[in-house]
Design a protein around this ligand. Sequence first.
Ligand code: NAD
Length: 550
Amino acid sequence: MNAKLNGTVVGDMPTGLALLHDPLLNKGTAFTDAERDAFDLRGLLPPHVHTQDEQVVRVLNNLRKISDPLEKFVALNALHDRNETLFFRVLGDHIDEMQPLVYTPTVGLACQKFGHVFQRPRGLFITANDRGRVAQVLCNWPYTAGIIVVTDGERILGLGDLGANGMGIPVGKLSLYTACAGIRPELCLPVMLDVGTNNAELLNDPFYVGLRQRRITGAAYDELVEEFITAAREVFPGVVIQFEDFANHNAFRLLHKYRDRICTFNDDIQGTAAVALAGIFSALRVTGTKLIDQTIVFLGAGEAATGIADLVTSAMMAQGLNESEARRRCWLVDSRGLVVKSRSDLAEHKRKYAHEHAPVDDFQTAIETLKATAIIGVSAVGGAFSQSVLETMAKLNERPIVFALSNPTSQAECTAEEAYRWTGGRALFACGSPFDPVTCDGRTYVPRQGNNSYIFPGVGLGVIVSGARHITDDMFMTAAHTLAHLVSEADLEQGSLYPALPRIREVSAHIGTAVATTAYKNGLAAKPQPDDLFAAVESQMYDPHYHSYV
Ligand code: NAD
């Protein structure tokens, strides 16, 4: 008999224990009497049939008894491995509570402890030893992948090289694709390219899950990536490949190498850019000033900083500046100080923001000298937005824009409380990891996360719906505008620069529609254009409620 997964035929329907052990199909105690008869489940389940709503309450009751976030992560993972529909129902219905557990900040801790809390594999581990047989490995995946999130684990959040332990990131991101944009779970394939690790602690950890060797580099590395990309496209035609948490020296290179060849993007560079730009647009609605009048100083000069600066540059050019004028409004500060033309130590990706200016050693002096209107922290240096930095921003600006985007929470440049307290409640603040509302001088502010999860799920959805052959900067620009338009006056009133997270499926449906529209407009779409694109996008979104199998 064929299995119907929420109405879609997915192949032979397993029966008995095999059905209970299939996480995509399992409903646990919610299998109806008719299903128990049809699929040989009688006696394998306790007799009472629960509703999915009751199961949700049971999961939440148990989860909320746990105080340690890592243990909550493990419990949620176990649910994911047991019953995906229920997992996504819990995740989707309680996204504010669950996203910090399946993604940042808890996922950072889970990656650090990955080998110690490991229970069941998810996704594919492709290693440096698989050269010559990567396609064969991909064929071991039992479903047709529509989206792959791949990492080599070299720059996991702001935590550095975590090797194969970084697998927690693709797994978490893909959970958000499903929870936030309704991408069907069976289309989602997490991939760890295990090329070794240079993290000595992990290499000496008996529970480390990856290859016990230092990273391969140079031609050997590039050949493995190339084989993976080629094989993935052969085995899963039309697949979207998202690069995630690669270190600088590979991230920019791989993006430039593949972006015009295949359907790919780098979320750390492009997704971050769109979410940050959307936050800036929201902040400007409050300041009443124009984007082209801003001076934005970034702490950090890596993937996030240059990605955001590039998209800000494009947005300023759309408002009439030429490229060099626009770039001059974006300044980077790295660990050696302000990025200026006279420096001879600059990596390629920083050079377009190396302006003529006297050297400046520290961030505080840089913002004073440049009269920053906005500071964006993407340095992974926890606490770098000190009291005096924030007070300076408050002195320079009536409403300073302060984004502390680094993850996880321990790496955030400042907390929400610090941002509001040290600017007298005037900061227009966004954060990378979640912070609770803050009351300052009798006013309560609700900071929201400038988190990529507002962007990448919707982008993926739009790309899948349209069958886009490439993912372009235009698509991230339209995603940023779409997200910003969904921020209400009431949001701004309470200091929120993003919509509430529980609106995320609506947000993703709008971004998906906007991205697909861009794909059709630019001749990149392989699928025919539906008359009502928004309705078509919504109709393709996975709904994690049980559907009858009989
Ligand atoms: P990256 O490694 O590419 O860049 C980090 C940059 O910080 C580098 O340029 C480095 O030179 C600089 N840096 C290091 N120490 C510094 C110091 N003391 N002073 C100034 N600069 C210093 O990493 P990335 O991808 O750009 O990510 C940076 C951070 O942003 C990470 O914590 C990441 O988790 C976070 N991030 C958050 C989001 C989000 O959605 N909020 C998205 C992307 C990245």
